[in-house]
Design a binder for this molecule. Structure first.
Ligand code: SD4
Length: 293
């Protein structure tokens, strides 16, 4: 195989996707390329929902969730409510090398990262602190409610050797409770990848995404022969109909998928910019609308 392909969530992933593309042209592995993509987003202080500059929880503390999965070995690592580490996805990847203890949360995750030599950083930027203070002022005497501005960078990559990897990273919901964990570090909900089939990742309201294990469901449907687009459509729209029927509502959900041939698909119930790169076509930003790719 001498081709490669990558798909990632939101416009904020574009620079990271370009950096990963250069690596993929140089025959770097899917695992290294997906880590590079996500690290690039984690480093950028003005992306308010990922890594450094991410928006804090209701106590004013930035807690992040991240995951990494190797589609060849199915090894996975994840962290939740991790504090003071910019490159959460790199901690998750390091944990994926463990046979046990591969998903760590809260102070245990932070302690592991520190002991493993990851750089400790104050993740609360002046801008993020100002948003938090404004938000507290606007809701002085009532319970703080998470607002809608929350995005995850998620990506799936197929490399020139035919190996695949997936990863996610997010600061989750602004004004979330301390310790709240979304779908992004949860296997099968926020991400899943199998190099013999393909992979998927999700972004949106984690509490709803995890009710349907949506990333695993997409991969399962691709294994049955569906294209990534057909699997994304069938998974999302069936799930939304079910959730509306059972509970009367659903939050925002956007799904991306890539199969082992490099074909991709997307489904969403909100306006959703995403990025795709291929060996032949370079990196591009697309906009998906609810009901169409
Ligand atoms: C979460 N799924 O923590 C993440 C947030 C997100 O678009 O992706 N929002 O629930």
């Amino acid at each position: 195989m001498n081709t490669w392909a990558a798909i990632s969530t939101w416009r904020m992933s574009y620079d990271g996707l370009q950096a990963a593309s250069q690596q993929l042209n140089d025959r770097v592995s899917a695992g290294d390329a997906v880590e590079k993509l996500i690290n690039t987003v984690e480093d950028y202080p003005l992306y308010k929902s990922v890594g450094y500059g991410g928006l804090p929880n209701e106590e004013g503390v930035v807690q992040v969730d991240a995951a990494f999965m190797d589609g060849d070995t199915l090894a996975q690592g994840a962290v939740a409510a991790l504090e003071n580490v910019k490159h959460a996805v790199s901690v998750a990847r390091r944990l994926s090398q463990n046979k046990t203890n591969s998903f760590l949360v809260g102070p245990g995750a932070t302690k592991f990262a520190m002991q493993a030599g990851f750089e400790m950083t104050n993740m609360l930027t002046t801008a993020a602190k100002a948003s938090w203070q404004d938000r507290r002022k606007s809701t002085p005497n009532i319970d703080l409610k998470p607002y809608d501005g929350h995005d995850t960078v998620g990506a799936i990559i197929l490399d020139q050797a035919g190996s695949m990897a997936a990863a996610t990273s997010t600061s989750g919901l602004f004004m979330k409770k301390s310790g709240r964990t979304g779908d992004s570090p949860l296997s099968g909900s926020g991400f899943y990848v199998d190099s013999e089939i393909g992979g998927a990742a999700a972004t949106g309201l984690g509490e709803d995404i995890m009710k349907g294990c949506l990333s695993y469901e997409i991969v399962r449907q691709m294994a049955e022969g569906k294209s990534p687009q057909a699997a994304c459509d069938a998974t999302l729209y069936h799930f939304i109909a079910k959730l509306k029927k059972r509970s009367g509502q659903t939050g925002a959900i956007s799904l991306i998928a890539l199969n082992k041939q490099g074909a991709w698909g997307v489904a969403t119930n909100v306006e959703f910019p995403f990025c795709v790169a291929t060996a032949e076509g370079g990196a591009q930003i697309y906009f998906a609308q609810p009901g169409q790719a």
